[in-house]
Design a protein around this ligand. Structure first.
Ligand code: ADP
Length: 709
């Protein structure tokens, strides 16, 4: 019977297209539904009216309400980017984010919601990456640093119609400067709309700072969250996180929801993920699959996107995150939050002139934010890894960064913006004068400032480079030592140094370590290793296969290449001529001394630890530093950063001659210091001198037991 019917036209291509169109329409409808359901969408008209009627408003709504994604979109959809008369270029809506990850992720989401290609109508700008189109972009998500640069080249932000400062409650130091500048800008440009968005409800202080501007509260749609505390204190929060996560996963139905665990930093996150993975392997098929997604700022962007992918049916997702997931990124479907109660914070001491990344207890405001992540889509549970009693010890708010960190880059930026009277700048919370003075002294030591506090030519050149002033100083001085090419590579590599190596599977660990040992040299230290890796990659013709074989992160190296190319162009702009010294580590070491002379350390009498030349702090080589493998240990070195975990660790180091300190920075280092470190006792001769390439491949354990962060 069927066969006798008239044949139906069957065009596979047509069918394929039809099914693609159906899928796209379904996705569109679901995106529209999600957008409509967000709390801010219910107040669209009221919010737009408030923005039309006031040049500054504060908008306060809990995390996940749709502030970052919807407010720029509402403004775009209601004509706020119409080209000014006589122009065909759209006016721009700028929305700042404290983190690069959030710029990329929110821009991608808004582009998707608008059905446009990322980089055209909707784009983002972060350091070394500009995904906008000067003629077509209406909405730009950008970091605070990029906005500061933009203000220095266009103080009135001429082509901008709306400036949205997002996550102002985070109070980064960049944001605090922007707030002061914005106040002046609002007077100079009364037509500019300014929106200060915050996830916390205490916007009064902000409003008062802006002469009592209105505050718009969007009620959240929070569900109740049960809070559980430990009955007795637990020092090892990694083990406690793993146990809690597994207990939830084993005893609670996967359909209930996903888990979000907060840990202070990358290393804790990686360790936790590995321990969970191990335990899951041991449990075999007895429990449903657990999809483990780490997220921290140095994780390659392509892996970061994974946190937004829903777990396949019958499985559960656990996101193990830094405070990046506290307010910056919103992931749907979280029912359980595990909070270790700690965060990594930058702390600077003007006494020792050292900035450290320190693990500190979170504030009450911060743990409440974390708790809230469990109650977005339904009732949730929050497991706090501390006791009920100790909650009363928490500080109520996180100390703003400007009150506790090194202000070197901030002060340089402010000077470049023409702000000379720093003490009278309109800060929301004025920094301690010690911090300002210490930054001014360091900038003077770096020859950026004249004795009267004016920006020198060198200072102006430095401000042009999107780098920490010490790194800028290295590039500017590298031409004196004819090693600009090498300095550029090392500086670019330093920005990716955290995500350069790929973790090999356990059976390939030995192989990966021996691959790495060929880049190790005593004279070059970590900087030399970065240089050799990059040069070998260039020699492989930027091959991804080569990276895979060497357990290197290909996409990370692509970003290094991109950063290097951009820095090279900027060098041209600030008139730094190119030159190369090959692997002359004396030249390279001297160029880095010109920028990092304040970060010098000498071997201590115990022959293992180091003491900082200024301040005399006792510090240790980080286990990831190649100098840790040197016998005898190097006597004097420069370090790129000092990280405080269980001890104060120096990461990314290069050996130097002590005499260079006095030779290059006589205004900072006394001759006697250099001489004294020369006379240091030799390290106990416990091992014979090992040639770099004879180091045993397995000697470097990336997770030694004494490191927890
Ligand atoms: P807020 O700024 O108020 O914290 P967002 O605008 O960032 O809120 O997020 C609102 C909603 O948009 C989230 O609940 C989530 O559903 C969705 N969303 C945001 N970013 C992404 C993304 N990158 N991928 C998928 N969904 C996203």
């Amino acid at each position: 019977k069927w066969q006798s019917e008239a044949p139906i036209d069957y065009d596979p291509e047509k069918l394929r297209l039809q099914s693609m169109l159906n899928a796209a329409e379904k996705k569109r409808n679901s995106i529209d539904e999600v957008r409509k359901s967000l709390p801010v969408s219910k107040y669209r008209t009221e919010i737009l009216d408030a923005i039309k009627n006031h040049n500054i408003i504060c908008l306060s709504a809990s995390t996940g309400s749709g502030k970052s994604t919807q407010i720029p979109a509402f403004l775009y959809e209601s004509g706020f980017t119409k080209p000014p008369p006589g122009s065909s270029t759209p006016a721009r809506i700028i929305c700042t984010q404290p983190r690069r990850v959030a710029c990329m992720s929110v821009a991608a989401r808004v582009a998707e919601e608008q059905g446009v290609v990322l980089g055209r109508q909707v784009g983002y700008r972060i350091r070394y990456e500009d995904k906008t189109d000067p003629l077509a972009t209406h909405i730009v998500f950008e970091t605070e640093g990029i906005l500061l640069r933009e203000i220095s080249s266009s103080p009135l932000l001429d082509n901008v119609s709306v400036l949205i400062l997002d996550e102002v409650h985070e109070r980064t130091k960049g944001m605090d400067v922007i707030l002061g500048l914005t106040k002046a800008l609002s007077i100079a440009r009364p037509d500019l709309r300014i929106i200060l968005m915050s996830a916390t409800s205490n916007s009064q202080k902000m409003s008062q700072f802006f002469d009592g501007c209105p505050i718009f509260y969007v009620p959240g749609q929070a569900f109740p969250v049960d809070v559980h505390y430990l009955t007795s204190p637990e020092a090892n929060y990694i083990a406690a996180t793993v146990t809690t996560a597994l207990q939830i996963h084993i005893t609670q139905a996967v359909e209930g929801g996903d888990i979000l665990a907060f840990l202070p930093g990358e290393l804790e996150i990686i360790t936790t993920c590995e321990l969970i993975e191990d335990s899951m392997r041991k449990l075999g098929g007895r429990v449903p699959e657990l999809v483990i997604c780490p997220i921290y700022s140095t994780l390659p962007p392509e892996q970061q996107a994974k946190i937004f992918e829903p777990a396949p049916p019958g499985t559960r997702k656990i996101i193990v995150a830094t405070n990046i997931a506290e307010t910056s990124l919103t992931v749907d479907g979280i029912m359980y939050v595990i909070d270790c109660g700690y965060v990594k914070e930058n702390q600077y001491s003007s006494r020792t002139n050292m900035e450290q990344l320190v693990t500190v207890p979170c504030s009450k405001a911060s743990v409440d934010q974390r708790k809230g992540r469990a109650g977005r889509t339904g009732p949730g549970k929050c497991f706090r890894l501390w006791t009920r009693q100790s909650q009363y010890d928490l500080a109520s708010e996180t100390t703003p960064e400007i009150l506790r960190s090194n202000l070197l880059d901030t002060v340089l930026q402010m000077k470049a913006l023409g702000i000379n009277d720093l003490l009278n700048f309109d800060f929301l919370d004025p920094p301690n004068s010690d911090l300002l003075i210490s930054a001014l002294e360091s900038l003077y030591a770096l020859k950026c400032l004249s004795p009267t506090g004016e920006l020198t030519r060198l200072g102006r050149q430095m401000a042009e480079l999107p780098l920490d002033p010490k790194l800028s100083a290295v590039l500017l001085h590298a031409s004196e030592y004819s090693c600009v090419e090498e300095a550029l590579t090392i500086v670019a590599m330093l920005s990716e140094s955290g995500s350069l190596f790929i973790r090999p599977p356990p059976e390939k660990k030995m192989y990966a370590e021996s691959a790495k040992s060929k880049w190790v040299s005593r004279e070059g230290g970590d900087f030399g290793m970065f240089l050799r890796i990059y040069n070998d990659w260039v020699e492989s013709d930027y091959s991804s296969f080569w990276c895979k074989d060497q357990y290197l992160n290909y996409k990370g190296l692509v970003r290094v290449r991109n950063a290097r190319d951009q820095l090279e162009k900027l060098c041209d702009k600030v008139e730094i001529p190119m030159s190369s010294a090959g692997d002359d580590y004396i030249a390279i070491g001297k160029a880095f001394t010109a920028g990092f002379f304040q970060n010098a350390a000498t071997l201590a009498r115990d022959g293992q630890s180091y003491r900082t030349v200024k301040g005399g702090n006792n510090v240790f080589l980080h286990p990831s530093s190649v100098l840790k493998q040197m016998h005898p240990p190097v006597r004097t070195l420069l370090f790129y950063e000092c990280v405080m975990t269980s001890k104060e660790y120096l990461r990314s180091c290069i050996p130097i001659e002590p005499s260079w300190l006095f030779e290059i920075a006589p205004h900072y280092h006394k001759k006697e210091v250099a001489e004294a470190s020369k006379k240091m006792p030799r390290a106990p001769a416990k091992a014979k001198v090992a040639k770099a390439d004879s180091i045993s491949p397995g000697s470097k354990n990336p997770f030694p037991s004494d490191v927890t962060g």
